[in-house]
Design a protein around this ligand. Structure first.
Ligand SMILES: NC(=O)c1ccc[n+]([C@@H]2O[C@H](COP(=O)([O-])OP(=O)(O)OC[C@H]3O[C@@H](n4cnc5c(N)ncnc54)[C@H](O)[C@@H]3O)[C@@H](O)[C@H]2O)c1
Length: 596
């Protein structure tokens, strides 16, 4: 029989604590909510009221249920109020000495059989537990932000946590409607160990002016389907809390430099830019605690029309190549009203790409997304050719041929001879340096990267890659074209992986390393990222879709360019690729897909 929890205590009513109070009270459990001072208590109480009022306004909570929920919560200053509760969850700032002091005090105040839990994200639960005389009753219960929304709870057992306590807490999580993964005490547990290297890396890209905050966030939302971008997430987590988590992970997690907090984070903490809770972090908010972003001096002026920035008029577009990307890109341009010249290496290839575009457009008609008239209009705008000479009068060329530098360079040299002056020459490469192609021409200022995502007609994002030689009007033209295609463009520098792959693949590689270290299982790691961070797919699901060989190639490129030891491909990834386990396309990757 699992133990009955009728009353729980929550210590610290900040970003996490207030949400945790709500989770318990919503599920019919009495809560004693404790803060360090009267003003802090008032703030916590106000957060709870706002959150439950919002739920009522959205129709997710009955007004009567809200009142009952609030009635279940008793507010108090000081830990003494916790003498009768069955379980305490501590959610004070991420400092070991503070938490140890609080646990020593809780040990003194709470009844003998009370379970003492910490919501720490990165500190050692074991070190916290030994501040009490009952380390076997100490456990980690790690909720995710916002606690009332996110389904995941990581339950952390130390080497001394008693099995009964673990089982009771697991049953409690189920009662709260949460999905738990139970794991050992390691820095960052599952989700944060995979998340924080990525967040820190995103801040480093921002700090080095590699891309703007809006572009970094848009890239990860639209390129990977994440619920929010990394900088917006830093603001939600709290920049100070993120700093402490990174710092602890760096010290506890093997001094991986990728966890050494980027200097900007510390500067922001010192300057009081703590994110949503202080009203300003990477973004500016309506008021402290508000999720509503308001414009500030860094907000880009509304997508300027390209011509005010010297952008060029584009009417006719050449697309070179006959693969998946070329097919999608031809369709995208033709549907948006551009005249398109498709160039392949031969009549046969032209015939087959023409068929592929027709098939895709017909699908659009069948699905009701495109009228027959628009389909015919789009097809009528495309000419099919096997000669580069037909690109003599286009305004923009998009190259989407095989991902081989020598082939692309030769193509750019030919385009340089054929195309009229002032043409924008774009490459869709996902891994080669754009500057290499630019320097194969006599007009590097006109060369830019246009990194579409697959399938191009569906994916919203285009990365516009500017090299150190790209002219501002070339970038402006590229952005204007993306806008005319109905895509969101983000501008970034010419580095391996651009924004999306540079941030995504090291995270996937880290997940493989975690699996390799036997810390957790593929299922639990996938669960943790989906339910704790709202990712559309877990890392192993995604790796099997992308292809392990593709992931390994990208990870190798990143490692070679940046020489970051933490980017070294996981040996397990290399072994699986060597064994031919490439993911869905071969029937087996991290999972066996043949029987599904
Ligand atoms: N922010 C997140 O996204 C997140 C997610 C999961 C876990 N966590 C963890 O939750 C814990 C709390 O983080 P947070 O982001 O909510 O911090 P926070 O700074 O938003 O809130 C901490 C609260 O603790 C209160 N406090 C400080 N000393 C206290 C004391 N002696 N007694 C009672 N209350 C005290 C503060 O007044 C404040 O309200 C940390 O361990 C953090 O790592 C945070």
């Amino acid at each position: 029989m699992a133990r009955e929890f009728t009353s729980v205590g929550v210590v610290g009513l900040g970003t996490m604590g207030a949400g945790i109070v709500e989770v318990f009270a919503r599920n019919g459990i009495d809560v004693v909510a404790v803060e360090i001072s009267a003003p802090a208590l008032e703030r916590g109480q106000a957060t709870l009221t706002r959150s439950t009022d919002r739920a009522v306004a959205k129709g997710k909570l009955d007004p009567a249920d809200r009142d009952a929920l609030l009635d279940r919560v008793t507010f108090a200053v000081g830990l003494d109020a916790l003498h009768a509760v069955d379980l305490v969850i501590e959610a004070v700032p991420e400092h070991l000495d503070l938490k140890q002091r609080i646990f020593a005090e809780l040990d003194r105040v709470c009844k003998a059989d009370a379970i003492l839990a910490t919501n720490t994200s990165s500190l050692s639960v074991t070190e916290i537990s030994v501040a009490t005389s009952r380390p076997n009753q100490v456990i980690g219960i790690h909720f995710f932000n916002p606690a009332p929304v996110m389904k995941l709870v990581e339950v952390i057992r130390t080497v001394v946590t008693s099995a009964d306590v673990v089982a009771d807490v697991e049953a409690l999580c189920a009662r709260l409607g949460k999905v738990d993964v139970t794991i050992n005490d390691r820095a960052g547990f599952i989700a944060n160990a995979l998340l924080f290297g990525y967040l820190n890396h995103a801040v480093a890209l921002f700090e080095s002016n590699y891309a703007s905050r809006e572009d970094i966030d848009a890239a990860m939302k639209l390129g990977c389907g994440l619920p929010m971008g990394p900088l917006a997430l830093m603001d939600l987590i709290g920049v100070d809390t993120a700093y402490e988590i990174l710092d602890t992970m760096y010290r506890r997690g093997g001094r991986d430099r990728r966890h050494a907090p980027v200097p900007l984070i510390k500067q922001m903490v010192t300057a009081g830019l703590l994110g949503r809770k202080s009203g300003r972090g990477f973004y500016t908010y309506e008021r402290p605690g508000s999720p509503v972003v308001v414009p500030d001096e860094a907000t880009p002026v509304a997508q300027a029309d390209a011509f005010s920035e010297g952008g060029r008029a584009i009417a006719k577009v050449g697309v070179v190549g006959s693969g998946t990307m070329a097919t999608g890109i031809i369709e995208v341009f033709a549907r948006a009203g551009y005249e398109v010249v498709s160039v392949t290496r031969g009549a046969e290839k032209s015939a087959s790409i023409c068929e592929a575009v027709k098939t895709s457009l017909n699908k659009g008609v069948v699905r009701g997304k495109l009228s027959e008239e628009d389909r015919d209009g789009a097809l009528g705008r495309i000419t099919w050719s096997a000669t580069l000479d037909h690109l003599a009068d286009v305004d923009l060329v998009v190259e989407a041929v095989v991902e081989e530098l020598s082939v692309k360079k030769a193509l750019f040299a030919s385009l340089d001879e054929i195309c009229k002056p002032g043409v924008v020459l774009a490459t869709t490469t996902s891994s080669l340096p754009v500057i290499e192609m630019a320097m194969a021409t006599q007009r590097p200022a006109d060369v830019v990267g246009l990194h579409f995502f697959n399938p191009a007609p569906v994916m919203q994002l285009v990365e516009v890659v500017r090299t150190i030689r790209t002219a501002p009007e070339t970038v402006a033209t590229a952005r204007a074209v993306c806008a005319a295609l109905g895509k969101t463009s983000v501008v970034c520098g010419d580095r391996s992986g651009f924004v999306v792959n540079a941030l995504l693949f090291p995270y996937l590689n880290d997940a493989v390393k975690m699996l390799e270290a036997s810390y957790s299982t593929t299922d639990d790691i996938d669960h943790a990222m989906k339910l704790g961070c709202g990712y559309p797919m877990g890392p192993f699901e995604l790796l099997d879709v992308v292809g392990l060989d593709v992931a390994l190639a990208i990870q190798r490129e990143l490692y070679l360019e940046l020489r970051e030891p933490g980017f070294a491909p996981a040996p397990l990834l290399e072994h699986l690729v060597t064994a031919g386990y490439l993911g869905r396309k071969t029937g087996r990757g991290f999972r066996d897909h043949t029987h599904r």
